[in-house]
Design a protein around this ligand. Sequence first.
Ligand code: PLP
Length: 453
Amino acid sequence: MTSYYSTNHGVPETDLAAALLEGQAADKGLYMPRPIPRLSSDLLAHARDLPYPELAARVLEPFAEGVFSADVLRGICEDAYDFDVPLEKATERVFIMRLDRGPTASFKDFAARFMGRALGRLVRERGRELLILTATSGDTGSAIAHAFHGVPAIRVVVLFPRQEVSDRQRRQMTTVGDNVTVISIEGKFDDCQALVKRAFADPDLAHMSLSSANSINIGRLLPQSVYYVYAASRLADVDAGEKIVFSVPSGNFGDMMGGLLASRMGLPVSRFVVATNSNDEVPRFLETGAYSKIVPSRVCISNAMNVGHPSNLARVVDLYGGRMDELGNLVKPPDMDAVRKDVFAVSVDDDATRRTIADAYKRHGVLLEPHGAVGFAGLTRYLEAHPDERRRTAVTLETAHPAKFPDEVRPATGVDPELPLSLKGLESKAERFLSMEGTYEEFKTYVLKEHAA
Ligand SMILES: *Cc1c(COP(=O)(O)O)cnc(C)c1O
């Protein structure tokens, strides 16, 4: 049975239920599965024929043994994954996996929707209630709001910085309602984050069941391994061990961790190209073996990847036998040669990102937004540097819908991408949100009054 240990090794191993409910381990480490279950040969042989939800349930089943039965897991996955996962051909061997067809049009829906249902189930079984506090700079807040909307016994409070969120991003959160409360804060993302962190550490709120549902929760990581298995099964002979290349546009490295897990499960992968924007702390780390954060992070057009210290890096280090603490100190270096063998890291600046959006459309007829373009550019560089790899099938991930970034896509391609159905009509829906100055006292009073059990 798979159990879950903390990358800081300061707490006992536990099961998936506890890891999901806790989020971060009490020693501030991140939960990791042990052992990592292998994909069965039966599953590899049949994966190609399984619809996405069914495949997800089969892949996740061994991770959830003893916590969710196969039937429960199938129900969760069927409910969560009711949208397409297109694999679009760009060239003879290069495909774009569009992870942008969920309700908030970003790949975060894959993780958030699984987590919402899984956590909802656990809370109900235990007769508990849960209050989720989350700070957002844009996309996470709406993915969480939609994923937890209507889940009984769970309430969600999303804090967003008034000036830093686009109109559309705000409407994606403020039109949800019901068990989702949205608060506009007079400040920056960091101020919202600080309020949430202080609430978690506040002894006066310790009697409440608080959770952050943020990207370090293992419940958001595991479901991100599934689409790698999905793509490989559709495009390669995984049963015979045919290896493919994946390119992953990365910020906090949760998406990429999903891929690394899939390969540890036995999915045949030649290399992961990990493409960052100008926040190049990880490409530098791989190059030099020395790690330093970028503070403050650099502002790039692929804004969901403006991360100067990836919250999942400790997991990557752990997977390769090293140890990184919660502050980003490398306590024990990982096996760098092994990391480099699996991962090719590359940084793509805004100029190259814009050129890639234009080129990909002109030469291959595919429409990319900035995040996907970083992935595509990273893959192109990898194939240039490794001509042998061009014979392989390669898949690059598109993590958001191009219609979310019209100001970049339009000038580069001349195309005004049509809004997906899920984002249409937001302008005519009623918005509801609270406004606060951003003092902790005001926020705390609200939490105690509105949400005390
Ligand atoms: C969050 C996000 C990313 C980065 O994913 P990580 O798992 O943090 O590396 C990339 N693209 C988009 C559109 C995102 O919202």
